[in-house]
Design a protein around this ligand. Structure first.
Ligand code: BG6
Length: 480
């Protein structure tokens, strides 16, 4: 049976920078099903050849000529307006003629989120996404943001469920496609030695940092209406949190995994609007208001930090600190598991020769993917003086070996193969919005203080340091 991948919004950046490169790599690795065609669908009046040239020239890395030639034999373009049902009917006819009614179809919504309702409705109404006996699968991959709060997310979910079952829906969060993020699952559940320590008895606190050195770039129109909390926390950071905090799933399979992740989100202690000053920080980088497309009086946060708690047996009382921002000193994403200190210090701490913060696990997501375990050892020939050392595992780079596929590559292949383990389920998305909404209400209340500021290229606002100092902690970057 043929497989057809239709990209809606194919003339945009995501298609040429991420989707086509990922599909091309899958093709060169011979991982795409044998008879796979890719069809770009967008309003611009391109011919097939013009579309191929567009995606080839805008690609981040050059394609090998011979491989590209072979790949592009099955790359096509269909002129269509996402808001016009007639264009979907024409697409449907084309698909039936070219590949037959019995053919697997994967749709990728690479359009702006404002167009999701129209796309979902028209795909459904023109039967493009209707599955029936022997029709092959019909699946839809949806990019974030899925809604801008709980209410709008629920509306979208209601609409989606009218045309599609949950099994047909693939909500993509590209962080789950990153190698080291998946490694969290292997690390936690394929090693027996960490699990006994993975709880409130041994873990002092957890930190999750996703820092970016870029600003809003050309996306101010979207970003200024979203902000860091919606753009990064509702999805990527809370997803990382679920993988760290979840209970062992019965199986590594979509529903077992997602049931456990949803339980974590359900156990998040709500940050009530009146408590937002004690548990959250929002900040804006200096100069943000001068970025093209940003409202002159914008209060949108380009940085946020949260101090949150998970109310369950495993994590009661353990603070989780999450932070993410743009225009920071460096691009780095990492998770720190800080273990408790020994109950008594029998080595000399007065002179500073004994490390106070002892064991720490650093899970480095980017730029250098790997896992470091820090522990204390003796300094040779210096009495009982101690020092911290690290055992480090480094994921081989893609250029050194074909080990680290891009996130989109992995996720597209999973969707083609019907494995939704690394996609978020509708209930997870709703639970995440519920948590985020409450914080937003606090930030948007009349007596809320304005966002603090921070200098571009810095480590973030001082207020974020105060958030941890409250508990006697400080932000750590452990992967350097
Ligand atoms: C996206 C956000 O989801 O993730 C962007 O919308 C952000 O604002 C990006 O820059 C970060 O992804 P990565 O993979 O570069 O860390």
């Amino acid at each position: 049976m043929n497989t057809v991948i239709v990209i809606l919004g194919a003339s945009g950046d995501l298609t040429s920078r991420k989707l086509i490169p990922a599909l091309f790599t899958l093709f060169t690795k011979k991982r795409l099903p044998a008879e796979t065609a890719i069809i770009g669908f967008a309003r611009k009046r391109f011919t097939d050849e013009e579309f191929k040239t567009l995606v080839r020239t805008a690609a981040p890395d050059p394609y090998d000529d011979a491989e590209w030639h072979a790949f592009s034999q099955n790359l096509f373009y269909h002129v269509g307006d996402v808001e016009n049902e007639g264009d979907y009917l024409a697409l449907s006819e084309k698909l039936n003629t070219m590949y037959g009614a019995a053919c697997n179809r994967l749709f990728y919504l690479a359009v702006g989120p404002g167009l999701y309702p129209a796309a979902i409705e028209h795909m459904g109404a023109s039967n493009l996404t209707t599955e029936s006996q022997g029709s092959g699968y019909r699946r839809v991959i949806i990019e974030k943001p899925f809604g801008r709060d709980l209410a709008s997310c629920r509306d979208l979910n209601t609409q989606l469920k009218h045309f599609l079952s949950e099994q047909q829906i693939y909500h993509i969060d590209h962080y789950l496609g990153k190698e080291t993020v998946q490694n969290v699952l292997i690390f936690r559940f394929a090693n027996a030695i960490f699990e006994p320590l993975w709880n409130r008895n041994y873990i002092d606190h957890v930190q999750i940092t996703v820092a970016e050195s870029v600003g809003v770039e050309h996306r101010a129109g979207y970003y200024d209406t979203a902000g860091a909390l919606r753009d990064m926390f509702q999805n990527h950071l809370l997803q990382l949190l679920t993988l760290i905090a979840m209970e062992p799933p019965a199986l590594i399979e979509a529903d077992s995994l997602r049931n456990e992740k949803a339980k974590v989100l359900r156990s998040l202690r709500e940050i009530a609007p009146e408590h937002s000053a004690r548990y959250t920080v929002r900040a804006q980088y200096d100069g943000y208001l001068n970025e093209p497309g940003v409202a002159p009086d914008s209060q949108t946060e380009t940085y946020a930090a949260l101090r949150l708690f998970i109310d369950n047996w495993r994590w009661q009382g353990v603070p989780f600190y999450l932070r993410s921002g743009k225009m920071l000193r460096e691009k780095t994403s990492e998770i720190i598991i800080q273990f408790r200190r020994p109950p008594t210090q029998i080595f000399d701490t007065q002179t500073g020769s004994t490390e106070l913060n002892t064991n720490r696990l650093s899970i480095c997501i980017q730029p250098d993917e790997g896992i470091h375990l820090r522990f204390i050892t003796k300094v040779p020939d210096e009495g009982m003086k101690t020092r911290a050392v690290a055992m480090a595992f480094q994921t081989p780079k893609a250029s050194e070996a074909e080990f680290a596929p891009g996130a989109y590559e992995r996720l597209l292949l999973d969707a083609i193969n019907g494995d939704a383990s690394l996609f978020t389920r509708s209930d997870e998305i709703e639970l995440a919005w519920k948590f985020i909404d409450s914080i937003r209400v606090g930030w948007e209340s009349d007596d809320a203080p304005p966002p603090s500021s921070y200098a571009p290229g810095s480590a973030g606002p001082e207020t974020a340091d105060d958030l941890l100092a409250h508990d006697g902690h400080w932000w750590i970057l452990g992967c350097m």
